[in-house]
Write a protein that binds this ligand. Structure first.
Ligand SMILES: Cc1cc2nc3c(=O)[nH]c(=O)nc-3n(C[C@H](O)[C@H](O)[C@H](O)COP(=O)(O)O)c2cc1C
Length: 207
């Protein structure tokens, strides 16, 4: 298999959130797709290991917010590389609540879709949720963040839970054990902070 061929598939970047009882949580996903127009339905593919997956299974709904290019790496670092099992990921950000009671971030976002889950499919490591759009709103005019922009302009990485994860093998330096970012230096300064996920130098291993 030519692994490079998978990089030719294009995606957007989204914050997928949900709430159940007192808990609000979300994660970054590159797998939102519109799958029908009448009624309007979206699908999202999430790892069985994600806490967000568990919350969506319990609540029966998800909210997808489209990231624009102006979104800070702090949003992607918090929602794409940490799990909400032990922390409140929304605590650091200004939030809004949609008609399903789910928190989302509106700042530097392009659109928001509130969806009720109609169906789901177990595809192995991941579950595909199909949701009917109950409400949608355009919330910004900045260009949207594509997966390519995230990698090539923001120098972003993708964690193992993403269905499109591929291991990076050829570089040398220090690899962040949380997000996989590789810093190509001989030594890391003591106060070094990962530019992708914001974790300190202790999280880096020599490669
Ligand atoms: C660019 C990017 C794309 C991602 N895409 C997906 C995805 O489509 N599906 C998925 O399950 N995880 C994806 N992830 C990983 C989750 O966001 C990550 O595992 C998160 O920490 C899960 O948080 P949770 O346990 O609070 O749900 C992606 C992460 C990044 C940075």
């Amino acid at each position: 298999m030519d692994l490079k061929s998978f990089y030719k598939i294009s995606y957007g970047i989204y914050l997928v959130s949900s709430n159940f009882e007192e808990k609000q949580n979300g994660c970054i996903s590159n797998t939102i797709i519109q799958v029908s127009s009448k009624p309007a339905k979206l699908s999202v593919t999430l790892s069985k290991d994600n806490f967000t997956t568990e919350i969506i299974q319990k609540s029966g709904h998800f909210t997808a917010t489209v990231l624009s290019q102006a979104v800070g790496m702090d949003v992607i670092g918090e929602f794409g590389f940490k799990t909400g099992k032990d922390i409140d990921k929304f605590a650091k950000f200004n939030t809004k609540v949609d008609s399903l009671g789910t928190k989302y971030i509106a700042e530097n976002m392009s659109a928001v879709f509130s969806c009720k889950v109609l169906d789901s499919m177990d595809v192995g490591s991941h579950i595909i949720f199909i949701g009917e759009v109950e409400e949608s709103n355009t919330i910004g005019d900045e260009p949207v963040m594509t997966y390519e922009y995230y990698h090539h302009v923001k120098n972003g990485t993708t964690p193992k839970n993403s269905p499109v994860y591929q291991e990076e093998t050829k570089k040398s330096g220090f690899r962040c054990s949380v997000c996989g970012h590789i810093e190509e230096l001989d030594e890391l300064p003591e106060n070094f902070i990962c530019p992708i996920c914001g974790n300190p130098v202790e999280y880096f291993e020599k490669i």
